[in-house]
Design a protein around this ligand. Sequence first.
Ligand code: GLA
Length: 658
Amino acid sequence: MHYGADYNPEQWPEEIWPEDVARMREAGVTMVSLGIFSWARIQPSEHEFDFGWLDRVIGLLHDGGIAVDLATATASPPPWATVAYPEMLAADERGTSYWHGSRQHYAPSSPAYRKLAGALVTQIAERYARHPAVVLWHVNNEYGCHLDIDYSDAARDAFRRWLLARYGTVDALNEAWGTMFWSQRYGSFAEVFPPRHAPYSHNPGQLLDYRRFTSDMLLECYRMERDIIRAAGAAQPITTNFMGAFKPVNYAQWAAELDVISDDLYPDPDDPEGFREGAFHGDLMRSLKPGTPWLLMEQASSAVNWRPSNAPKAPGQLAAQSMQAVARGADGILFFQWRQSRAGSEKFHSGMLPHAGTQIRTWREVVALGRELGDLPGLPPDDGTARVAILLDWENWWAIENPDHPTSLDYLSLVRGWYDAAHRLHVQVDLVRPTADLSRYRAVVAPHLYLLTREAAANLTAFVEAGGHLLVTAFSDVVDESDRFRAGGFGTQLRDLLGIAVEDFGALVAPGSSGPGQQQARVSGGGFAFPGILLAEEVHAVGAEVLAAFDGGRQAGRPALTAHSSGAGTAYYLGTVPDDDGTGQVLRHLFGAAQVEPVLPGLPPLVEAIRRGRLLTVINHGSESVHVEVQGRDVLGGAVVQGVTLQQFGYALVLTGD
Ligand code: GLA
């Protein structure tokens, strides 16, 4: 179990470093991420490299028994680089350049950036590939962070090449984007630009491809660095830090390129439901590389600096949130950052070693957590506990959030609605892409698969026919991979499976607004009673059984929730977006039909129970003390457990099935 943090020794005089190492040992630190923002220190000018300081600090860490996750330092090019090569700066939608003075200001597709980054990584990798302290490589940092989309000239040129590789001919591109609309037809790839500032809506196929291109450019950067590290003879695993479900980067596609998945996680300590974000991150990270432990690469020991108001963590919250990750398969708990900065925009961000010193609660909790993690035995990876999958698809995310739709949908928050409801029911879920192997799941929830490929539809159909229970929700199966309608109306791929036809999407005005067009949608019947928001679709049952109907509003009396048997399984369709309670009602029905059990029965909503193989973790995030019936052996100390009483942020890690 790794324990540690980003370590930025270049921010401190060298005399402090031995004290750092001593304090790290006191805190139980086993590994630090070194050099993430050290480019300017390692390479003070284009033809000058200074590794003496890095040699010394790695040596000190190694002598202190602390391993190094060595970063490639490429996330923040120094000012000399962008002064010499201004073409490597990213640009906004109007083509206006970003400037240095912050971080992540580079254009990922810029040849100048890649050349400089490549040269830097070559030097670092060749120097440290065989250093015994280095146990992991940390490529760049949070790819895509701060700069969702780059519209620079470098991106323009790369986009044209990317389109040529994807479409081969400009005719194929015109066909895919439907450019006969609004006289957008291209005569050559050289006429295509990034979707820069325009008077009105951009072509949706272009917007979707620009998202794909953006993720691909960052992936090219990652691959370039990884390949340089490998070519230098490094045998250590290689990672880059993800950020939960992050729209610009298709992590489901990237996962295969990383040896180890790592995640950065910053739930708001003030949000009583914030722990569900930690749960969601952890379940996603585990699902990205099944059966492989992952790392919580960054979290805060207490407050961050970047919200309008930055609450400190409450007593005990740090350990409880760390155990959420361990419970979900993390084999490392690390922080941003080791020593709180004295200068710079993150000086108010907490560190493991606080600016206020070691006589404060944060330090005591950091030390206690390090001790506890250090005492943990080797834990089994998850062996495939979840019997439920929720589908999360980046390409669908990009397409469904294109403009000019019946209503604006926030895909991630809708997926989170289903995830959070399952979490409240204490059912363990994986988060997987629609083309994943679904054979071990009993129930699959497919929220709003607006963009549905033939391959995904075939996968979902096979899942149901083999006996699975599938729930598809409104505004699904609408377009193909180019964001075009398919011939033959809506629902062309899943119509037979679902036994329904969708005639209209029935947009509702946003909740809380008033005025003309205000429509209410309520779902009732069959034991269901909840409001529907955003959409109340006009659905016709064509073979499906109607479980609940709309009562009131313009779809009054029409199907809202349907079920249709196909092969050995059942496919459900919900033609609206339920509120939280309604989401729970629908899931309870689905899980009942699919015979899915909670991890533990009868837990209150603010208590969670997670399985990682034989390890059962129970955490109380609520303020009321709870007693939980759980039997086994305490992982820490081996005592027999016959039920546990947990105060707020209390947890138990129990080995079951002896
Ligand atoms: C991100 C970055 C870190 C730091 C933290 C602050 O996770 O990777 O460098 O800026 O945010 O929360």
